[in-house]
Design a protein around this ligand. Structure first.
Ligand code: GUN
Ligand code: FE
Length: 441
């Protein structure tokens, strides 16, 4: 792919503004350039200075006055739920039984999984999302189809074959042995291939027997560096069932802890109704909570308490949770997250939100050395955003005076329409205006 240069208003985060302060954390260059060689960022700096040094003939894409950010990262969503999204009228357990499980049965067909993967990855790209942690179904072919599509697009992706051996329709169940074996085969075939990683994916405690969780413990111990993804403490009926099914457990988190699943790179979706003890354990073991605001509102699950997580040093990511969640857009997801926190009297400035959508989610997933910032050595995944893409945004921007206000309005009013372009490993994978600006240095 050689060298290319991308010019725009660069925004990236060296640290969490909530921890380090805005001055330390926020990297903004009003006229900046990112130089990319073979899919990796080699230089980030002031546009005029870099332009003078570039080899003549280097392709230069001038996105000014648009913003250039690291590609958004979505640390929790479900491949087989693109046709479950917006299903009416149920809380979690009924929603799974009535809508989700019947739909997931179709994903034993690799053509179904392939078509869904193309739709999902096209839609993520249109929303500026370049990396995700994805639940496929119990069927290994669902994960194979997803990985094949992700590889074709050169994306950094984490995905797993779901393990579940009870409390779902027969055709969706594996067994303790089968879940283990199929995960092993998936790891051997796909983990570390290009930018792909396999996640150990027990769906959640209610759908795994103790035998399956023991097999999952063995799998996790044999692969200590792999990501893990599951659901935790989302809904009252779910939590009550876990207490009944695992009578020896101190609480829901204790079930996962007992099987060695609470560790760095473990992503726990939801984490709404946690006790102090549970937050403490998750934090101490280096695991991450994933805030899924549109899903938590839509399924009536509850309000994620970011302040409580921060107080104990529990890392938090933010995700769409398609299709319990209702938007593919990380901007819309952040906007709903803002409202969930507002209901609890918590503040969430735009800089903190944009940090979470990029570097924060990368850190939650343990891929912060690879993506999430505009910095030399990191992979060249970008989203280009137009903060005046729609009439409501243009009208609001007439009164905006600071960068923080601009970013906040973009987060609250933005969506798929604000994505101008998306790049993966330096290649344009989405282009709103077909062709866009391009010139030679
Ligand atoms: N808990 C277990 N499975 C699921 C799922 O598919 N979606 C959500 N939101 N919660 C779950
Ligand atoms: Fe989920």
């Amino acid at each position: 792919t050689g060298t290319i240069a991308i010019r725009g208003r660069l925004l990236s985060f060296d640290a969490d503004p909530a921890v380090a302060g805005e001055a330390e954390a926020v990297r903004f260059i009003e006229d900046g350039i990112v130089v990319v060689r073979d899919g990796v960022i080699v230089e980030v700096g002031e546009g005029p200075a870099i332009v003078r040094r570039l080899d003549p003939g280097t392709p230069l894409v001038d996105h000014r006055p648009h913003l250039v950010l690291p590609g958004f990262i979505d640390p929790h969503l479900h491949l087989p739920q693109t046709q479950v999204i917006a299903s009416y009228g149920a809380e979690l357990m009924e929603w799974l039984a009535k809508y989700t499980f019947p739909e997931e049965l179709r994903y034993g067909d690799s053509a179904v999984a392939g078509e869904a993967s193309r739709f999902l990855l096209d839609t993520l790209a249109a929303n500026g999302t370049t990396t995700a942690a994805v639940y496929c179904t119990t069927h290994p072919v669902s994960a194979e189809a997803f990985f094949a599509e992700a590889e074709r697009r050169g994306l950094r992706m984490i995905a797993g074959k779901v393990m579940m051996d009870r409390n779902a329709p027969e055709g969706l169940l594996d067994t303790a042995e089968l879940g283990y074996e199929q995960s092993k085969e998936l790891i051997a075939a796909w983990h570390g291939r290009g930018r792909l990683e396999v996640a150990i994916t027990p769906r959640f405690a209610p759908t795994s027997s103790e035998a399956q969780l023991e097999a999952t413990a063995a799998l996790a111990a044999e692969h200590p560096d792999l990501p893990i993804q599951t659901h935790l403490s989302e809904n009252a009926a779910e939590i009550a069932y876990v207490a009944e099914a695992f009578p020896w457990s101190k609480d829901y988190t204790d079930v996962y802890e007992r099987y060695g699943l609470v560790r760095p790179r473990a992503l726990f979706g939801h984490c709404i109704h946690l006790s102090e003890r549970e937050r403490q354990v998750l934090a101490e073991k280096g695991a991450s909570a994933v805030f899924c605001p549109t899903s938590n509102l839509f399924l009536g699950s509850g309000l994620y308490d970011l302040a409580a997580s921060r107080a104990l040093g529990l890392k938090t990511g933010i995700a769409t949770d398609i299709g319990g969640g209702t938007s593919y857009s990380m901007l819309t997801t952040a906007a709903e997250g803002y409202k969930v926190l507002a209901l609890q009297g918590q503040k969430w400035p735009a800089f903190e939100a944009f940090h979470m959508l990029t570097a924060g989610n990368a850190e939650a997933m343990g891929i912060n050395g690879k993506v999430g910032r505009l910095a030399p050595g990191l992979e060249a995944d970008f989203v280009v955003l137009d903060s005046r893409a729609t009439a409501p945004l243009r009208r609001r921007m007439e009164r905006v005076e600071t960068r923080a206000e601009e970013l906040f309005a973009l987060m609250i009013l933005g969506d798929e329409r604000t994505t101008v372009a998306t790049y993966a490993a330096g290649r344009r994978i989405y282009d709103r205006y077909q062709g866009g600006p391009r010139q030679l240095a």
